[in-house]
Write a protein that binds this ligand. Structure first.
Ligand SMILES: [Zn+2]
Length: 160
């Protein structure tokens, strides 16, 4: 038997929101080490103001959202630099969003079409009111000056 037979008490309380069922406030925080692995060049590109896609070495299919292997033929791809200008293929206006984007609602998500590239790129359009966005609108990429190495480092603005 040890000499310790009682745990120390604290004066911290618990925030109680409901009794039946009991709902308490519980702070949750975690540092998560996330590897971008083979996608790393895409995020490094964002920090350098470049959009990196990929090209199939066998069939030449070009992906705006990079793939390590071709979705058409399965061969390995190589990195290519995408144009920074394109046009809106389609769009949607979001009136709700996850916590990070909630304060920006409504915001517009666009699928960007690049000349000579076979797939589309999902991003945000920031300088056009949702009711004025049109398919075919010319857009160009902008990058956060201080990269966060996230997909949101790039966004698009309409021009012309
Ligand atoms: Zn291929």
């Amino acid at each position: 038997m040890t000499s310790k037979n009682k745990l120390p008490e604290t004066e911290d309380g618990t925030i109680l929101f409901n009794i039946d069922p009991i709902i308490i406030k519980h702070h949750y925080e975690i540092n998560y080490l996330h590897s971008y692995a083979q996608d790393s060049p895409f995020f490094a590109g964002l920090a350098k103001g470049k959009l990196m896609g990929s090209r199939c070495k066998k069939c030449n299919y070009k992906f705006a959202t990079p793939r390590s292997h071709c979705m058409e033929c399965g061969a390995k791809t190589e990195w290519i630099e995408l144009p920074l200008e394109g046009k809106i293929h389609t769009f949607t206006t979001c009136y709700f969003g996850s916590e990070e984007f909630l304060k920006e609602t409504p915001f517009t998500l666009i699928l960007v079409e690049f000349e000579g590239i076979d797939t589309l790129f999902l991003s945000r359009l920031i300088n056009v009111n949702p009711e004025n966005v049109t398919i075919g609108m010319k857009v160009k990429a902008r990058f956060l000056r201080n990269s966060k190495f996230k997909a949101t480092d790039v966004y698009f603005i309409a021009f012309e």
